[in-house]
Write a protein that binds this ligand. Structure first.
Ligand code: SF4
Length: 371
């Protein structure tokens, strides 16, 4: 890529990002971009790199969110979703209920993907998860099942006394197609110990994702930002994703998720008093694009957490994907965010910023242009 003076005047790290070389940005480059770079120059650079790798299409999937249980052995201060099992609103779906919801997703809503995640239920055996996969595939052979984050897989392995590999192999043979990317949060222990309790470490998340990739299961990758993290922890996290993807090529996309505050322990304890400003959110997305350039091309903008208007702006700060329709989303809803939209509304949001909406499958293969 030719160096251009349309975004000149930036820090040395920004100059390096725009040099056209394939040299990856370093940790200290990333920290400089997080701490010092002019936001508009940063956005312009991220947009330029986005266009180079992804063109002007914005993709999204028709995805249905299915949260099979809110019962959780962990107690993460970042989470508004979990219940301990004795509350009135604790629930665990039966296989029949899951198939009934899948029917609505596939036949009424046109979902091509079921995004299935839940709490760390301490009493469910591996058979529960296998039966879920088999029952869905028996009815809807063509739907893609993207289920169980690396954090859930790690927990299921522990609680069912199986190896991670055994859990992944059994679920894959029962019908699992791909993994979502949740549970990554922030890998750095200084932040992680403040926001999660009872969840795997960053290293364990990465190792579980690696094992999934090596078995042919691709996955999303995520980062939850906008709570107690330091800018350095953002950079550290993205570089760890980059390093693993460089080895396995197993991530489909990177999704920086904005933290939603409402009803969380972080809010109740006064550890976080406000959600992050949109300027910070855009900076994180732009820096992610620049750090991942030449390695992982898809940067997804999660409109449920950002809000639709900021999500539109984020598509000009490095984003090339809107994740999906998020039919029936419950986890961010518990923290005060409205989820679920239509294919047409996502297409309209994209067309309003003069980009081309394309519905995709789970693996980023285009399905159709949406006019
Ligand atoms: S974030 Fe996940 S693991 Fe942590 S309490 Fe919530 S549901 Fe459980």
């Amino acid at each position: 890529m030719q160096k251009t003076d349309t975004v000149s005047g930036g820090t040395p790290a920004l100059e390096k990002a725009l040099s056209g070389d394939e040299e990856l940005l370093s940790y200290s480059d990333g920290v400089q971009l997080m701490n010092e770079e002019n936001l508009f120059l940063l956005g312009a650079a991220a947009d330029r790199i986005r266009r180079k790798f992804c063109g002007d299409t914005v993709t999204f999937a028709a995805s249905y969110y299915l949260n099979y249980t809110n019962v959780c052995a962990a107690s993460c201060p970042l989470c508004a979703f979990y219940r301990k099992g004795n509350e009135n609103d604790a629930y665990t779906l039966s296989t029949e209920q899951i198939v009934a919801r899948s029917k609505i997703a596939v036949e009424q809503l046109g979902a091509t993907e079921l995004h299935i995640v839940g709490g760390f239920h301490p009493k469910l055996g591996l058979e529960y998860y296998e039966n879920m996969m088999r029952a869905i595939k028996a009815e809807f052979a063509r739907v893609t099942i993207k289920a169980f984050t690396p954090a859930e897989i790690f927990f299921i392995a522990r609680v069912t006394r199986n190896s991670i590999k055994e859990v992944l192999l059994r679920l894959k043979s029962a019908g699992l197609d791909a993994l979502p990317g949740g549970g990554a949060e922030i890998f750095h222990a200084d932040t992680r110990k403040q926001i999660v309790i009872g969840k795997c470490s960053g290293e364990e998340w990465l190792d579980t994702a690696r094992q999934a990739h090596e078995l042919g299961l691709r996955s999303n990758s995520t980062m939850l930002f906008g709570h107690v993290e330091k800018p350095e922890h953002i950079v550290d996290h993205v570089i760890k994703i980059r390093e693993l993807h460089g080895k396995t090529k197993g991530f489909t996309t990177f999704i920086p998720l904005k933290f939603s505050l409402e009803n969380t322990l972080l809010e109740q304890k006064g550890l976080v008093t406000a959600e992050s400003p949109s300027t910070y959110d855009l900076r994180v997305i732009a820096v992610s694009r620049l750090l991942l350039a030449n390695v992982l091309n898809n940067i997804s903008v999660y409109w449920v957490a950002l809000g639709k208007k900021v999500a539109q702006v984020a598509l000009s700060y490095g984003g090339n994907d809107l994740v999906g329709t998020a039919f029936s989303e419950e986890i961010f809803k518990a923290a005060g965010k409205a989820g679920g939209t239509s294919i047409q509304e996502l297409a309209t949001l994209i067309k309003e910023i003069r980009r081309t909406p394309v519905q995709r499958d789970t693996f980023f293969n285009p399905i159709r242009r949406v006019d």
